[in-house]
Design a protein around this ligand. Sequence first.
Ligand code: 2AM
Ligand code: CA
Length: 263
Amino acid sequence: MYEFIPELMREAAKIMLSAHDIDNSIDSKSGDANFVTAYDIAVQNFLYKEIGERLPDAVIIGEESDDNHMEALATKVCFIIDPIDGTTNFIHNYRTSAISVGITDGGRVVYGAIYNPYQNLLYFAERGKGAFVEYANGTVTPIRVSERGLHDALACFGTSPYYREELGDITFERAKWLFMNTRDIRRSGSAALDLCTVASGAVDIFFEYRLSPWDFAAGSLIIEEAGGVITQFDGSPVTLDKPCSILAGNKTCHRAAMESGRF
Ligand code: 2AM
Ligand code: CA
């Protein structure tokens, strides 16, 4: 059932890589600097069509769809799709964006794949079978979270422009605390790729105040199968039917962040 997914994502990524004149393809969604481009829509349409043809009964939940049936998560096989995660990067040709596809069954993510077409890196995981990366040359290698403690950690966090009023200060307070208590901090602009960097052990701890299910559905399984932990700030499970906070890391750093009382 999952075998066709990576091939489909590679095909869809050609739409991203063919992009030109992106500034003129921008549409503003609700809110400040919440952008969607014609390419987000084209990638999503391609995935909907191809998945729909292969699995007519599957429910597809996509970031750019107005018609998402979250209630189906409990009972149906659902695809949770972000056609382009890191849209602002995409618009700026920052070359740090990805396609993210998660599959749920009975409300649990059972498969996740995240494809970074700029580096030709495919991260994927199937529940109970581990997490892997496929490199550009076709080599497939298991990935694992790091064993670093917080003091030696590389920390990463996410922001969205729409946070400015509501979440700007509290986000940067936490980021500053991590900056003062880890080796250094990073911010990539793609939560899906941030979760892959945690899963592959480059980054040790990641947080973002509010992410939507398509930003983290695939990544949550990739992290867990790589031996990491992903929860909301209060330690409760992430929610696939609505946005939530995300704290992800190796077990040591995740515990240290929780015990710090800062999140
Ligand atoms: P996007 O590029 O698909 O919109 C940036 O830290 C991360 O936050 C990106 O993964 C980005 O995904 C996501 N993001 C941007 N705007 C968002 C919003 N309004 N709600 C939830 N996540 C958002
Ligand atoms: Ca997106």
